[in-house]
Design a protein around this ligand. Structure first.
Ligand SMILES: [Zn+2]
Length: 465
């Protein structure tokens, strides 16, 4: 009887999981290049009518726009494009197949690369539990260097877990580095990049990597949106937001209501919130939340980074996203002609350009560099802008990783290691340039200016007295 009951419960749980899993069977992925504003408007109309699910949140003329179309909408979608004389290219015939391929365990007998480190390697993508377990393994193996840290809880009460890597706990003048991974759930390459950097920090004998690892106290969080990340494994591979259900609403005839069960965490930070490139519609992928910093994940990151900022100087805050291969520099809400808004914009630009150049040398992968208005689209309420504005962080980037849209969010696992190798090259060059510009000796231009001003004002005050 007991066994039967357990069986029934298991069947019920299983049925429930299956019922929730969104299949992309026979969904097609199309690419459309709008040539002018009319074309853009046609695509916006298609988007607003829920005829396709767009990978690009914003698009302009000449952009590569990628659109997933479910089988029942296919004819209407193609008909509408034909009417508007827009060319369309079929990229994938069955998206679910690409999703399976990305998650499928390798066939027995496949040779693993020699790059495994404890229970992780970079031949596959790993889920939250596996990543968190790996972090525990590192803390156990390197007790004097690695400590696990929980910065807070997610909406569904999961730990937001990371590690601190500190080779010099005795140091008093702390220089700090922070790596933020997977704020957007479906951008799996972000997690795989950060875990690789951790492995390099702990194992590399390259003097430049050693300097990068040991000169800073590192705070590294591979997955800051754990609920969303879990949901990309169990519910919907294409999920972007967190899993807050407090704004649940009906999303209209053509959009699944589940779309309203989440806030875009990279629009939720309390800096110029909801001013540009964000939405107040819970059914949008860009939903900024009901109020600034409404989400526990946003609050946890903000609080944690503020505390770090009190303890030392944050040299780097790097948020890893995908896809489109770019270094984005603060601030993201400003127009092109306001690009100098961040105090050390010129330095951040130079550092990123040199980093991108170095990155491209290994495999020819090309990254662009600039503020969001120039390379992406203006946006507000992002984490890396918030950090730059409210803490002492010197260099803050949002890095969009591979690729340019060939696979987009579904980057094959075979590209993880090439991606990681080139990104590491770029980061090492970044650190060398940062050092050259004097950031480690606390003598960057704005600081000298600030110190001089203090001295001059001080002298004036003395003279006046
Ligand atoms: Zn993202």
């Amino acid at each position: 009887m007991k066994v039967l009951l357990i069986c029934l419960i298991l069947i019920a749980i299983n049925a429930n999981v299956n019922a929730e899993y969104k299949s992309y069977l026979n969904y097609k992925l199309y690419k459309v290049n709008p040539k002018n504003q009319d074309d853009v408007n046609t695509l916006k109309e298609i988007q607003n009518n829920g005829i396709g699910e767009f990978w690009n949140e914003y698009f302009r003329p000449e952009d590569d726009v990628r659109i997933m179309v479910e089988p029942s909408w296919e004819n209407i979608f193609l008909e509408r494009l034909k009417e508007a004389k827009l060319e369309v290219k079929l990229i994938f015939n069955n998206l679910q197949e690409i999703i399976y391929k990305q998650k499928a365990p390798r066939q027995a007998g496949t040779v693993r690369s020699a790059n495994s480190f404890f229970s992780l390697d970079w031949d596959d993508y790993y889920d939250l539990e596996q990543i968190n377990h790996w972090l525990d393994e590192l803390a156990e193996a390197y007790p004097n260097i690695v400590t696990t840290v929980v910065m807070g809880k997610s909406v569904e009460d999961r730990d937001i877990k990371g590690i601190k890597i500190d080779y010099h706990p005795e140091r008093t003048d702390k220089k700090i580095g922070f790596l933020e991974g997977t704020l957007h759930a479906r951008e799996w390459i972000s997690t795989a990049t950060i875990t690789w950097i951790v492995k390099e920090f702990l194992t590399s004998s390259d003097p430049d990597v050693r300097a990068f690892a040991e000169n800073l106290e590192w705070h590294i969080f591979p997955i800051v949106n754990p609920d969303g990340y879990v949901y990309t494994f169990t519910g919907n591979r294409m999920w972007r937001k967190n899993r807050s259900k407090t704004n649940f609403t009906s999303c209209g005839a053509n959009v699944n209501d589940d779309m309203s069960n989440g806030v875009d965490l990279n629009r939720n930070f309390d800096f110029v919130w909801m001013t540009v490139g964000a939405s107040n519609d819970p059914c949008s992928n860009l939903f900024a939340g009901p109020s600034p910093a409404s989400e526990p994940e946003t609050q946890a990151i903000s609080q944690y980074v503020l505390e770090l900022s009190d303890r030392g100087e944050i040299i780097y805050y790097i948020a890893f996203h995908s896809y489109t291969q770019m270094f984005v520099i603060p601030f993201s809400h400003v127009a092109s002609n306001q690009m100098l808004a961040a105090d050390n914009y010129a330095n951040m630009f130079e550092i990123a350009v040199r980093s991108a150049e170095k990155l491209s040398q290994r495999f020819g992968t090309s990254y662009s560099v600039g503020i969001a208005a120039n390379v992406l689209y203006p946006m507000s309420g992002t984490s890396f802008d918030w950090v730059k504005n409210y803490t002492n962080t010197r260099i803050s980037y949002l890095i969009e990783l591979r690729d340019m849209g060939e696979f987009g969010f579904l980057l094959p696992a075979s590209q993880i290691i090439p991606n990681n190798l080139e990104v590491m090259d770029g980061l090492i060059e970044m650190d060398k340039t940062t050092k050259l510009l004097g950031y480690y000796t606390t003598a960057d231009a704005s600081k000298i200016f600030y110190s001089l001003s203090v001295v001059i004002f001080g002298l004036m005050a003395i003279l006046v007295v």
